[in-house]
Design a binder for this molecule. Structure first.
Ligand code: ZN
Length: 132
């Protein structure tokens, strides 16, 4: 198991971490494997989506904001970041990716993304490579 840090600079931010994951896979020396990428936070998530057009990330953040407003009259959570918790669960806290010939099996336009919903903060991502 390996951990690496992600530093975010705004409240909502989607950060590509594909190269960091590939590095962990490469260092593991396993050619055929499964890799689990896990975020141990309640107000951050992880997802796989398009890595070609940065407008996709912009539009995702905008749509999430529209679906989950920062203020709602029925929110009870005293910390005041209910929207962050909801968005984190919408994205999920892990992804599993196949590894073949030492490379992540991703589509041409896919990247692995850390999703910050209560930044800026110093976060961490946990990676486990399971050899086949
Ligand atoms: Zn909270």
């Amino acid at each position: 198991m390996q951990t690496f840090p992600v530093k975010t600079s705004s409240r909502d931010q989607i950060v590509e971490i594909t190269s960091q994951i590939q590095s962990v896979v490469s260092q593991s020396g396993h050619g055929d494997a499964m890799v689990i990428v896990y975020v141990p936070h309640t107000t951050a998530g992880i997802t796989i989506n398009e890595n070609a057009d940065p407008d996709v990330v912009h539009d995702m953040l905008g749509q999430l904001d529209q679906m989950v407003p920062w203020h709602q009259p029925f929110y009870r959570h005293g910390e005041g970041n209910s929207a962050s918790h909801v968005k984190a669960s919408m994205m999920g806290s892990s992804v599993t990716v196949m590894v073949t010939d030492g490379r992540l099996v991703l589509g041409q336009w896919q990247g692995i993304y850390f999703c910050e919903f209560d930044g800026p903060r110093s976060r961490k991502v946990i990676v486990k490579v399971l050899p086949n």
